[in-house]
Design a protein. Structure first.
Length: 168
């Protein structure tokens, strides 16, 4: 839910029954909900209330520490509330945006390498097919030469048999 990613946890009422597991979870959450920039707790009120959680490293960061203006934070909060499943926030403190860019670049590079291998394989196949066609063409040319020679010999033989008869 988007509101879980913006700001911090809800305050507990004094009359709530608190189990040891809840206390341990809250203690852990206090550590988890500290700003990755300044190490101060992200709270529900006061100047530290504007915080957002990175979707890649899961660190919490104060908007001010992250360099996010109040108006941009408000807009971001509205967008995340409306489209929490389609929007991702990546923090600057752990350079998650750079890590994602590097990851995407490496995937693109791997895809390009895969395409190069595929194209290289296709070129090899075409070269093999071309060599077969060249061999067949040479064989056809040789057959045509042989047929041509054979035809010429028959014509010559035919001319020799006809020629003496026409001379008389």
């Amino acid at each position: 839910m988007a509101t879980d990613r913006m700001n911090s946890s809800k305050r507990r009422k004094p009359e709530d029954n608190i189990s040891p597991d809840t206390l341990r979870a809250e203690a852990l959450r206090k550590y988890v909900d500290t700003c990755a920039h300044c190490n101060k707790r992200c709270t529900n009120s006061g100047k530290n209330s504007e915080a957002i959680q990175c979707d890649l490293c899961l660190s919490w960061v104060h908007a001010a520490c992250e360099g996010i203006s109040k108006s941009y934070f408000k807009s971001l909060n509205e967008v995340l509330s409306a489209n929490s499943d389609n929007i991702v926030y990546l923090c600057k403190v752990n350079q998650c945006n750079l890590h994602l860019k590097q990851l995407l670049a490496s995937k693109v590079y791997m895809h390009q390498q895969s395409e190069v291998v595929n194209l290289s394989s296709k070129v090899d196949d075409l070269n093999t097919h071309s060599a077969k066609l060249e061999k067949e063409l040479k064989e056809l040319n040789l057959s045509i030469k042989n047929l041509n020679n054979s035809t010429n010999k028959r014509i010559d033989a035919s001319n020799r048999t006809v020629a003496p008869a026409t001379l008389n």
